[in-house]
Design a protein around this ligand. Structure first.
Ligand SMILES: Cc1cc2nc3c(=O)[nH]c(=O)nc-3n(C[C@H](O)[C@H](O)[C@H](O)COP(=O)(O)OP(=O)(O)OC[C@H]3O[C@@H](n4cnc5c(N)ncnc54)[C@H](O)[C@@H]3O)c2cc1C
Ligand code: SF4
Length: 428
């Protein structure tokens, strides 16, 4: 059987591994280790907030290695998962179809989305576990004509305990993540090697010959007939750059800013995150307790149980890039203007909930949806293959998006990965 190497085990990589195993003998190379949910008591860590020990968000990696933080421009923190299952393990489980820009390129993923709907449990009936304040914020958004919608979630949320720990890995097995696809792939013979960081793809005469990976101090060679690169919106451009293939300076990240207020005993820290969302032009607003800001931002000095926060997630302009492992990304003037507009909408929501603008405080600017550096164009709508790549090297992750979504991307990444796998099966 021909050999396929899949680089990365997140949304795109795990889907390709599952879809290609059988037609190919698949080996998945994942830089991170096996994922385990964060096990420590958050109350204990909250106690460290005043000691000065929690001064840099990048410290999270010491106690929770699956979560990686790095700095981009303008004080923005970039967050991603580095573990089996990639960033899906630390997601909030949101499942929205977001293929408008792909449709404009002539890409029809109806079949792939229909398959995903059959394969992955989706659940929106979680209103009964919302806390009273969230229910009243939902009603306020309705009154304001913002058309809030309960967020569909991947997993069986009828058993959700509303513990609020989704971004630390669900300890109760409720939330779906792409490890389920890895398990299915492994059951039918695929191999998953964690702690294997791919350094580069070796190619000549327009064909990939295999990949070089590092495992501890050892370098290992993996020959391949097909290489799928799905190391995520930052990992994929890095591997390509180190393989002598330049990407575009069109990085987007979907910046997140939380607007918060002290609201007695609201306990949003112990609630399902992002229970509903309001779709605006170029951003969404959704209730979200921001652990990153709570632990590392001095403005968030109140008790966890007394903070209520609304997240703004922006579809930023795709301007930015990375080289030599350093990310270049700041907000443009248009991004800032849109963010200001979003903050004003949040202020009005809080105002209607009885909180004056003067009592609001902000979270740390952060982002967790990088992508767009090898964007699909209309000319590739049938092949999903960028002409810069060797003929048997495909990208299957968030790098393919032509523009920022400002919305949850997992479902759409998996639909694109399904299409890539199908094209490779047909050609192989
Ligand atoms: C806190 C948070 C919450 C989120 N919540 C949601 C949500 O609710 N719904 C949603 O749709 N999206 C959510 N997202 C975004 C979503 O999880 C990601 O956009 C998505 O997982 C990206 O998929 P991907 O396949 O591009 O990459 P990833 O899932 O990031 O997977 C890439 C994998 O490649 C590995 N890798 C990187 N470099 C190498 C290398 N050189 N060699 C080998 N392996 C490598 C990484 O370790 C990683 O495991 C969230 C993101 C964050 C940060
Ligand atoms: S709120 Fe808790 S139980 Fe529910 S999905 Fe998130 S982590 Fe799992």
């Amino acid at each position: 059987m021909n050999k396929a190497v899949v680089i990365g085990s997140g949304a795109g990589g795990a889907m390709c591994a599952r879809e290609l195993q059988g037609k190919y003998q698949v080996t998945v190379l994942e830089a991170g280790r096996e994922f385990r949910p964060f096990g420590l008591d958050l109350g204990l860590i909250a106690g460290l907030r005043w000691t000065g020990l929690l001064y840099d968000a990048r410290e999270i990696g010491w106690i929770f290695p699956a979560m990686r933080m790095r700095r981009a421009g303008a004080g923005m923190i970039l967050v991603n998962g580095s573990c089996s299952g990639g960033t899906t393990t630390i997601s909030t489980g949101n499942a929205l179809r977001q293929d408008g820009a792909l449709k404009e390129l002539g890409i029809d993923l109806d079949e792939e989305f229909a398959e995903l709907n059959r394969e992955i449990p989706m659940f929106s009936g979680h209103q009964k576990i919302w806390r009273p304040l969230t229910a009243s914020f939902f009603a306020i958004c309705r009154e304001m004509g913002l058309d809030p919608q309960a967020m569909p979630k991947m997993g069986d949320y009828s058993h959700c305990r509303g513990c609020g720990r989704c971004v630390l890995g669900c300890p109760h097995g409720v939330k779906w993540d792409s490890r389920r696809l890895l398990e299915q792939a492994q059951k039918i013979g695929a191999r998953l090697l964690t702690a294997h960081r791919v350094e580069r793809v070796v190619h000549d005469k327009g064909r990939a010959r295999g990949v070089l990976a590092r495992h501890g101090l050892r370098k290992k060679w993996f020959p391949a007939d097909l290489v799928i690169l799905a190391a995520g919106g930052l990992g994929t451009p890095q591997v390509l750059e180190d393989s002598g293939i330049a990407c575009d300076d069109s990085l987007f990240v979907d910046p997140v800013l939380c607007v918060a207020a002290e609201m007695e005993n609201c306990r949003q820290d112990c609630e399902l995150p992002m229970p509903f969302a309001v779709q605006m032009n170029g951003y969404i607003i959704s209730p979200y307790f921001d652990h990153l800001s709570f632990f590392f931002n001095r403005e968030w000095r109140h008790k966890a149980g007394n903070i209520y926060s609304l997240m703004i997630k922006l579809a930023d302009e795709n301007r930015g890039g990375m080289s030599g492992g350093r990310v270049r990304k700041t907000l443009t003037a248009a991004d800032r203007a849109r963010l200001e507009q979003a903050v004003n909408v949040c202020a009005e929501i809080f105002q209607r909930a009885g909180v004056d603008k003067g009592r609001l405080f902000f979270g740390t600017l952060n982002a967790g949806h990088p992508g767009g550096m090898l964007p699909l164009a209309a000319a590739q709508s049938g092949t999903f293959h960028d002409p810069r790549l060797p003929e048997n090297l495909f990208v299957a992750d968030a790098s393919l998006f032509p523009v920022a979504l400002g919305n949850p991307p997992i479902l759409t990444i998996m639909a694109m990965a399904k299409r890539v796998a199908r094209l490779c099966r047909q050609a192989g």
